[in-house]
Design a protein around this ligand. Structure first.
Ligand code: AP5
Ligand code: MG
Length: 191
């Protein structure tokens, strides 16, 4: 099993690239954002509780996403590995993920970080708001808050992973196809 983290600020292209990369490398794509939105759509109690937090662009509590990921890891068999998208989001979640994988004889193999300029992030998210219906894309204040939450709470994971020699920055500017090739080239070395 080989396990990748795909990282980057909101709008950097994590979801877009993950779908294609998961198919190419036979990986299971695990997006905590998608899982949380599925809870909201299904009208579960958890979804109801989390939707107000997500609408402001703040993070939901660590234990909520850790539990979701653990359940998925145990349900999944027969894949080449996992592609974690939008998880972990805090150093605490990273430590928990390492623990979870370690207990199952796995580890994080590589962290790919998409670097995208701030104005491009905002442009992509505002453009998506028209189609996605995501409440957190509609309001520029929320979009900016998501970017600043990424900087304060999520970016510290980069240093944590750099020390473990897992950090691989990737230019996230340009066409979807070009970025896909850049990411694939790094991942090829591991699968
Ligand atoms: P989440 O769903 O993870 O959202 P996000 O990190 O804000 O990221 P996005 O999904 O908006 O961006 P993306 O990088 O996936 O880009 P995409 O490919 O879609 O999280 C949502 C919320 O859930 C969080 O705010 C938090 O509340 C909660 N949450 C989730 N996980 C959590 C966790 N682990 N812990 C705590 N809370 C958690 O692309 C964006 C747009 O750009 C698309 O329209 C796409 O078509 C377009 N695009 C992509 N690439 C390009 C390109 N190269 N050129 C032009 N357009 C492009
Ligand atoms: Mg996404």
């Amino acid at each position: 099993m080989v396990n990748f983290l795909i990282f980057g600020p909101p709008g950097s292209g994590k979801g877009t690239q993950s779908v294609r990369l998961a198919e190419k490398f036979n990986l299971v794509h695990l997006s905590t954002g998608d899982m949380l939105r599925a809870e909201i759509t299904a009208g579960t109690d958890l979804g109801k509780k989390m939707s107000s937090i997500m609408a402001t662009g703040e993070l939901v509590p660590d234990e909520v996403v850790i539990e979701m990921i653990a359940a998925k890891i145990d349900k999944t068999k027969d894949s080449a590995g996992f592609l974690f998208d939008g998880f972990p989001r805090t150093v605490g979640q990273t430590i928990e993920l390492e623990k979870m994988l370690g207990e199952r004889g796995m580890k994080i193999d590589l962290m790919l970080v998409l670097d995208v300029e701030h104005d491009e992030l905002v442009k992509r998210l505002i453009a998506r708001a028209e189609l996605s219906g995501r409440p957190d894309d509609k309001d520029t204040v929320v979009v900016e808050n998501r970017i600043s939450v990424y900087k304060s709470k999520t970016e510290p994971i980069i240093n944590y992973c750099r020390e473990k020699r897992l950090y691989q920055p990737v230019n996230g500017m340009g066409t979807i196809d070009d970025i896909f090739i850049r990411l694939s080239d790094h991942m090829k070395k591991f699968v």
